[in-house]
Design a protein around this ligand. Structure first.
Ligand SMILES: C[S@@+](CC[C@H](N)C(=O)[O-])C[C@H]1O[C@@H](n2cnc3c(N)ncnc32)[C@H](O)[C@@H]1O
Length: 270
């Protein structure tokens, strides 16, 4: 199998993948918070947004190999006085798909951003909670436990990383949008940890909303095979550059496949 970028709408890209063909999915979907993406309007009706996301999780469940894992990164969906319980809705959606809920990691962003939307300053009339964290909700398909070769696991031998990752609060800084050239990248440390914690070397890792390709960069570093789906040509170019810059990468091993609207089947990435 070869590392692969699929330029396509997320549902077309997912439809092109075989049942039981992916071991680990790590993704951060659009949050529906009016982020200025290149060609996605990030302010759908909440119900429409949830319907769309439920179709994505259904496809994710279909293509996961039994026992393998889905990790969804989502923020606290707040707009001024309105809060959408997106994180809770995603858990509900995946549980309804009969996926096994493994728990939630809190990404503590340690962010000292100059946020001043407190609601009522120093007054209990209407104080807002200002999020300094995001969530990573984790599911398994059908089985909690996986047999695998410990020699292909990248957690350090002494158990230090394991101890750190099993604690539910992960302290990780944020990634610079300007440096990466994308409006919402997560830090590479986030997929690096998830890949080490939840997969073995040689496994196939997918990000269906790949953005700047951070999951691909992490997968390469840890000798996993990646599949990245993204519908913006501009971001696909960006992720290609990020991936090609990696010393580990041999360009003949990367395929870029464009799926047009006809949902044609891809077999060539295998
Ligand atoms: C939160 S960003 C992901 C950022 C990524 N984790 C990174 O580190 O760069 C969500 C991405 O989903 C993409 N996207 C939005 N709608 C899509 C669709 N219908 N099909 C495929 N990709 C889509 C956006 O273009 C955006 O790059």
């Amino acid at each position: 199998m070869t590392n692969c970028i699929i330029l396509a709408d997320v549902l077309d890209g997912l439809a092109s993948l075989e049942d039981n063909s992916v071991h680990l999915i790590i993704t951060s979907p659009p949050y529906n918070l009016e982020i200025p993406y290149e060609n996605h309007t990030d302010n759908l009706e909440y119900s429409e947004y949830l319907k769309w996301m439920s179709l994505v999780w259904k496809e994710c469940n279909r293509i996961l190999v039994d026992g393998w894992r889905l990790c969804i990164n989502i923020g606290e969906n707040k707009r001024q006085n309105i809060s959408f319980p997106t994180f809770a809705a995603f858990i509900q959606q995946c549980v309804e798909l009969k996926m096994l809920y493994r728990g939630t990691l809190i990404w503590n962003k340690n962010s000292a951003a100059n946020h001043t939307a407190w609601g009522s300053w120093n007054n209990c009339s209407n104080p807002h909670v200002v999020p300094r964290h995001e969530y990573i909700i984790v599911f398994s398909k059908n089985n909690f436990k996986l047999e695998g070769d410990r020699n292909l696991c990248d957690l350090s031998d002494e158990g230090k990383e394991f101890m750190e990752y099993t604690r539910s609060v992960w302290n990780l800084g944020t990634e610079s949008k300007t440096k990466i050239g994308h409006p919402a990248p997560f830090p590479v440390e986030l997929p690096l940890r998830l890949i080490k914690f939840y997969s073995y070397r040689g496994n196939v890792v997918l990000d269906p909303f790949a953005g700047s390709g951070t999951v691909g960069v992490a997968a390469l570093q840890l000798e996993r095979i990646f599949i990245l789906i993204e519908h913006s040509k501009k971001y696909v170019e960006l992720m290609k550059k990020r991936i090609e810059k990696s010393n580990l990468f041999h360009s003949e091993n990367l395929k870029v496949i464009e799926i047009l609207k006809n949902r044609e089947k891809i077999n060539s990435y295998k």
